[in-house]
Design a protein around this ligand. Structure first.
Ligand SMILES: NC(=O)c1ccc[n+]([C@@H]2O[C@H](COP(=O)([O-])OP(=O)(O)OC[C@H]3O[C@@H](n4cnc5c(N)ncnc54)[C@H](OP(=O)(O)O)[C@@H]3O)[C@@H](O)[C@H]2O)c1
Length: 236
């Protein structure tokens, strides 16, 4: 049976680039997002471009809602059993400062950017542990390494994502499951829609996807724990 990857939030941006990369290489892809039209469009696109053996699961699910996430994971566990790669990618960026950002911003960003990764990992790990195999990628950010004045709660959520990744890494060593945290800088996706900055100030989502592809191809003797990627011209 072909290999299987689960990516949260793959209808756009970095998640979509990863879905396309793996599907082109014959992997089955499961993803979730909130917009059902975009999910259907993604599925049709992947069916057209991927080899026939690949299978696609696209489910409507708000990752900040643990019950919806549980149902998404249950479907995967039932239909696929253990997955080979999980990419905790879905996330939102809301600028702000702790002293004056909107009430509830911390909670919203923690639920979407961090708790989603915590719960989805917990829901899918039992099958991966049974197989003693698999790889979890956590998409953090440069903002998870370095705070900046308008980072506010987003930065808190991404520092916490680094904590989740480090804890998983230690726990999963004896189970043969690799864990990698990626810290991308500015990447040209919908998160930046409306920007007046030129394209060359950004990385391409396809480059992040190529990196994920390369890392998971290394032998099981090696775990790439953390990768920091920045646009050639540096942070914005
Ligand atoms: N772009 C950057 O410069 C950059 C830099 C560093 C880190 N990152 C991180 O990389 C990840 C992807 O970012 P991106 O720029 O590729 O984002 P994007 O282009 O805005 O796409 C986000 C994807 O996640 C889904 N999503 C968002 N909120 C969701 C929710 N509550 N439930 C389910 N799905 C949800 C979106 O679909 P729906 O809207 O339909 O739900 C979409 O498919 C995020 O964790 C982000 O923090 C991005």
């Amino acid at each position: 049976m072909n290999k299987k990857i689960v990516i949260s939030g793959a209808t756009k941006g970095i998640g979509r680039a990863i879905a396309e990369k793996f599907a082109m290489n014959g992997w089955s892809v499961a993803t979730c997002a909130r917009n059902t039209d975009e999910l259907e469009k993604l599925k049709q696109h992947l069916i057209k471009t991927a080899p026939e053996a690949a299978v696609f699961i696209t489910e409507k699910c708000d990752v900040s809602n643990t019950e919806q996430l549980r149902q998404f994971a249950q479907k995967i566990n039932k239909e696929w059993g253990a997955v080979d790669v999980l990419v905790n990618n879905a996330g939102v960026f809301l600028p702000g400062q702790i002293m004056n950002e909107a009430d509830g911003q911390l909670e919203k960003l923690m639920e979407t950017n961090l708790y989603s990764a915590y719960h989805l990992s917990r829901f899918l790990l039992p099958e991966m542990i049974k197989k003693s195999d698999g790889h979890i990628f956590n998409i953090s950010s440069v903002a998870g390494l370095q705070a900046y004045p308008n980072g506010g709660s987003y930065s808190i959520s991404k520092f916490a994502m680094m904590g989740l990744s480090k804890a998983l890494r230690e726990e999963l060593k004896p189970h043969g499951i690799r864990v990698t945290a990626l810290m991308p800088g500015a990447t040209l996706t919908d998160s930046w829609s409306g920007t007046s900055l030129p394209d060359n100030r950004f990385m391409k989502p396809e480059d992040v996807a190529d990196l994920v592809w390369s890392i998971q191809q290394l032998s099981k003797n090696t775990d790439v724990e953390e990768v920091l990627l920045r646009p050639l011209l540096g942070d914005i």
